[in-house]
Design a protein around this ligand. Structure first.
Ligand code: F0G
Length: 425
């Protein structure tokens, strides 16, 4: 396994003061971080990564939430609504049923706007302020738009969100609306929305806060750091595997980067790096296809469909960062059906953990990988659940019990109850 980052600190104008720079993952070109707006490499259009002259170890972290990890971030503070520090739930029945030594659920739905996106936005919106840009924008399957709207508003900035018309869960549209984003409903899928917003950003119309923006992924690294600290504190060892839903593969890329930085800082042994295991819906699984075929590039799927609308994505823009993460850590990727996703959503709900469909993909994927023997029974596993149940109330209602109409008197209610449980699943 090769987990190295380029260690040489380049001579970049503006870098000398704080030891932070941007580096192209394809050609290695470097750029000062806060002087000009750029999302990809000027030379080759490759993806950019934030690099640091000094990398922290666990001893350097203090406080609570995303900013506990300030030493691993490009700024020391951000526009915050107390994101991060999410629960790492025990789920004993599900753990026994799936058949692994340990299963914990890192529930990112417990962030302020109900998804992990808040971790990226607290950093990304602060960088936008540092750059002095005016309008913020994103394409979104819903959660990014909710987080951008909330953090943009808190930062006193204008926000513009492009959503695939008719394909965004109700809770998310409501959040973007109330947090005062201008909502553009595009007659096309998420990938089409992202193409448009990238062009708007290139023309200087807005600052792009999709996960193509390397600063957002810095905030999302903290999911990995919290999982490692949680397992270390509870079991004295890090997890063997982290299973996560994949859309644009931003989290996969971010967690891989968090682990590489810890290895480089000497805080984590290479053999301790958890196996990154990605899960996609069958109807939107270009990353799984690439992993299965051993391909270096991901083929864009033009037609995508899944009940897990958050990950209804055919062109995972962070694939060049995420594919090496899956391979180098010894992980894998798997596709699950919509019915398997709903079943896993019910399994989690039965343990009191309410998640939206995309989130349940992680548990559905783990179950499948365990059944096929790819995951061993002695593994310690963390499943990431990325968004809250209330994000998609329609999916929750469809997956759960039917309300039962009863008359407005106790006798009638008792008679109904004695008639047996007529609720349907
Ligand atoms: N889970 C949820 C609930 C999401 O909202 C997303 C992405 C993902 C998983 C996939 O994460 O892109 O890092 O692989 N949602 C984006 C959005 C696309 O617009 O809200 P990823």
């Amino acid at each position: 396994m090769s987990l190295s980052l380029s260690a040489d600190r380049p001579t970049v104008p503006g870098v000398a003061d704080d030891g932070v720079w941007l580096e192209c993952i394809a050609c290695g070109d470097t750029f000062a971080p806060f002087e000009d707006v750029r999302y990809t490499c000027d030379e080759c259009d490759g993806l950019l990564e934030v690099r640091y002259a000094d990398l922290p170890t666990f001893e350097d972290f203090s406080g609570r939430g995303v900013w506990r990890y300030a030493d691993a971030l490009p700024l020391s503070e951000g526009v915050t609504t107390q994101e991060g520090a999410t629960p790492l739930y025990e789920v004993p029945r599900l753990e026994a049923d799936v058949g692994v030594e340990t299963l914990r659920i890192k529930h990112e739905g417990m962030n302020p706007t109900g998804s992990f996106k808040d971790r990226g936005m607290t950093v990304g919106v602060a960088v936008a302020q540092e750059l002095g840009v005016g309008r913020l924008a994103c394409a979104s399957t819903g959660n990014t738009s909710a987080a951008l709207a909330a953090y943009g508003s808190r930062g006193g900035m204008e926000t513009l969100v492009l959503l695939p018309a008719g394909k965004v869960a109700a809770g998310k549209v409501g959040q973007a609306a109330l947090h005062d984003a201008r909502i553009l409903e595009v007659d096309g899928n998420f990938d089409a929305c992202l193409d448009i917003v990238r062009e708007l950003a290139e023309r200087g119309e807005a600052y792009l806060l999709n996960s193509l923006n390397p600063f957002r992924l810095e905030g999302q690294k903290t999911i990995g750091l919290e999982i490692l600290e949680g397992f270390r504190d509870d079991y004295g060892a890090f997890p063997d595997r982290i299973v996560l839903p994949v859309g644009n593969a931003g989290n996969t890329a971010a967690l891989y980067k968090a682990f590489r930085e810890l290895v480089q800082a000497g805080a984590l042994e290479e053999r301790e790096v958890p196996k990154l295991t990605g899960v996609q819906a069958e109807g939107a699984a270009p990353m799984v296809e690439a992993v299965e075929n051993g391909a270096d590039e991901v083929r864009r799927w033009e037609e995508v469909e899944t009940r897990a609308t958050a990950i209804r994505i055919g062109n995972p823009v962070n694939a060049p960062k995420a594919l090496p993460g899956i391979r180098e850590t010894g992980g894998t990727a798997i596709a699950v059906s919509d019915d398997e996703i709903t079943e896993a959503q019910r399994d989690l709900a039965a343990e009191g953990v309410g998640v939206e469909p995309a989130s349940a993909a992680s548990v559905a994927g783990l179950r499948k990988l365990r059944a096929s023997g790819i995951v061993d029974d002695d593994e310690r596993v963390a499943c990431l659940t990325t968004g809250h149940l209330l994000k998609d109330p329609d999916a929750a209602a469809a997956a759960g019990n039917e309300p039962e109409p009863v008359p407005a008197d106790t006798g009638g209610v008792l008679a109904h109850l004695e008639g047996g449980n007529t609720s349907a699943q």
